[in-house]
Design a protein around this ligand. Sequence first.
Ligand SMILES: *Cc1c(COP(=O)(O)O)cnc(C)c1O
Length: 366
Amino acid sequence: MKIPLVDLKANYLSIKTEIDSAIQRVIDNTAFIMGENVKNFEIHFANFSNAKHAIGCSSGTSALHLALMAAEVGPDDEVITVPNTFIATTECITHVGATVKFVDVDPQTLLIDIDKLEHAITPQTKAIIVVHLYGQMPDMERIREIGKKSDLTIIEDSAQAHAAEFKGHSPGYYGDIATFSFFPAKNLGCFGDGGAVVTNDDKLAERIRLLVDHGRTTKYEHKIEGYNYRLDALQAAILDAKLPHLEKWTHLRRQHAKFYKDNLPSEVRTPSETENYKYVYYMYVLRTDKRDDLMAFLKEKEVSCGIHYPIPLHLQPAYSYRAYKSGDFPVAEKAAKEILSIPIYPEMTQEQLRYIVDSITEFFSI
Ligand SMILES: *Cc1c(COP(=O)(O)O)cnc(C)c1O
């Protein structure tokens, strides 16, 4: 049975008429830049996030760049984050002139190790980018306390965590700013690139609104120099059509994860989910020291898998100038050799889930 890692076509077909008419409306109104579509989605996404402001932007990467600029992070500042994330998390730190400071992750969750975070803070530290990896949040109450004590801006990279919760609150509640990606494969994805920034802080929101669209206050009046980081109106219309379904899709992801947890053989380590932490399973990531063999076996069974991410950022060529070495962040490095993302998406059938579980069970029984 051929099973993809994600099935964007199945997702589209499940709400085809809604999406098609949303796209047609944008074309009929030739409302391609900003306007009602972007405004409506921003209102709905802010409501969904239980936040005061949501500002659409061009990608999860520009969302992070906007967040750092709005927080006035710049040269001489350090920003703490983790090495086991997508490079977008760290690129924008360098692009505002600041220095990336890595902290290793917790061996259980693979999220930032909060004890180590506390020790890594120096007078130069200006912000923390917390990555809600695979759709799970760390203890944000503790991180908020630590941030308050040292007057740090807390940015939640929530590109993988739409609808995730910690103690009933979603990204943007504990942090100063949460950033989202709507890359097609994300839990809420559009048909191209898109992103958003969510905040309860009026000042940060105002600055981000200026930065996202050339520093405009009116059509030809520019208060500051900004960027063209706008959310495309066509993408906003698509996102607005998809958003009402996100809760249901999240529920299905969580159901599939429960099936995996209950049925996968004990030889693989499955993600752990504890009370008060609502995991939304952007990825379902197993761990085993036989990762490469298991991956090859599943490939033969036509089950697509992935590794998120195979090379920790501190060992990437892009950061060779920082002269990190193997062993600097041992938990992240060990995890990179053991992790395997297996298919999880809302439209998966019981037969597909069963086939994957049976295939993994077969691998460990030969
Ligand atoms: C996808 C992703 C991004 C970047 O989002 P884009 O929309 O692709 O720019 C940033 N951080 C994390 C953790 C991601 O998964």
